[in-house]
Design a protein around this ligand. Structure first.
Ligand code: SR1
Length: 322
């Protein structure tokens, strides 16, 4: 689309600074998200001042305090535990700095919150699990509490188990660190060895799903155990489409698009324009079958095949081309 508004003077002059304060940065999801945020910032002539806690919540809180003190034009908080980031979020809001909270409970109605509709993510991938298992069987669940998106997906899982009494959670595993996939692989192997009747693993984060896939392959259980995940990347597509892959389905956004939306929302706030208080990027279900049928081998081909993954109208910036 063509731009329809005048570029605000501060953007035209290249004077807009947006602090991006991240909890996590390693893994496909977070790398793609950052690439999208950086591309959008470049397009809008915005300087992104980037920091990451690298999984250390105290470091993220300190980074956020520092960002507030540096008085940027806006702040994006990307993930984080409520108790560690909310004090500095309150300071930012009190200082009049517009704030976008992605995948974190901001604790204030002054912030714009952005998420990926996590209930829908869980519902879509669990729908595939139900269809494939007939709604009964032993399931291993991968979950770590405290991460807002995983907590929301967990709410859907809890309801799903109530609605489908034939589904039995026989083990819960999970870890989030700088090598999540290999740590989850070790845990999944132990859980599968202890529970020989498992039919499915519900692993609603791609690092979880990759770890689960590694475990299933190493134990030679591909014909018995299928994986239902979340998120996508070119590397994930390769795992899902390799011969005899156990990863059957994933519910996902395009992570780079979500990074773009976060920067657009922050830019609109800087320009004093209206932004919905609760922005949601809808996911789409992507199955292994669909990837095979479409000959899809990378994220670019996927976004062509599933246009709903592009959401130019979520936080559209009227002065920018989309
Ligand atoms: C540790 S939280 C990981 C999740 O954050 C984003 O919401 C991604 O979808 C990922 O699954």
């Amino acid at each position: 689309a063509s731009p329809t508004g005048a570029v605000p003077a501060k953007f035209a002059a290249g004077g807009v600074r947006i602090a991006l304060v991240r909890q996590l940065s390693s893994g496909d999801y977070f790398e793609q998200w950052l690439a999208g945020a950086q591309a959008e910032a470049k397009g809008l002539n915005v300087t992104l001042e980037l920091s990451s806690g690298d999984g250390n919540n105290d470091k993220q809180a300190l980074n956020l305090e520092q960002a507030v003190n540096q008085k940027p034009d806006a702040i994006i908080v990307d993930h984080g535990f409520a108790q560690t980031v909310q004090p500095a979020i309150k300071k930012a809001v009190a200082a009049g700095i517009p704030l976008v909270a992605f995948d974190v409970e901001a604790g204030t109605s002054e912030a714009v919150t952005l998420s990926q509709d996590d209930h829908q993510i869980a519902a879509q991938t669990l729908g595939a699990l139900k269809a494939d298992t007939g709604g009964s069987g032993d399931v291993v669940y991968v979950y770590v509490a405290g991460f807002a998106p995983l907590d929301r997906r967990n709410e859907t899982w809890e309801q799903f188990k109530k609605d489908n009494p034939g589904i039995k959670q026989v083990a819960q595993i999970g870890v989030v660190n700088s090598s999540t996939a290999s740590a989850v692989a070790d845990q999944a192997k132990a859980a599968l060895q202890a529970n020989p009747n498992v039919k499915a693993i519900f692993a609603p984060y791609d690092e979880f799903a990759k770890g689960a896939a590694l475990a299933v392959k190493e134990l030679g259980l591909q014909s018995k155990v299928k994986i239902y995940g979340a998120d996508i990347s070119t590397a994930d597509i390769a795992v899902m489409t390799e011969p005899n892959s156990p990863w059957a389905a994933t519910s996902t956004t395009d992570p780079s698009n979500v990074g773009r939306v976060a920067v657009r929302a922050a830019a609109l706030l800087v320009a004093g324009q209206q932004v919905a208080k609760d922005l949601k990027v809808p996911p789409a279900l992507v199955t292994q079958q669909q990837l095979h049928d479409g000959g899809i081998t990378n994220i670019e081909q996927l976004t062509q095949a599933v246009p709903a993954l592009r959401t130019p109208d979520v936080a559209r910036v009227p002065w920018a081309a989309s």
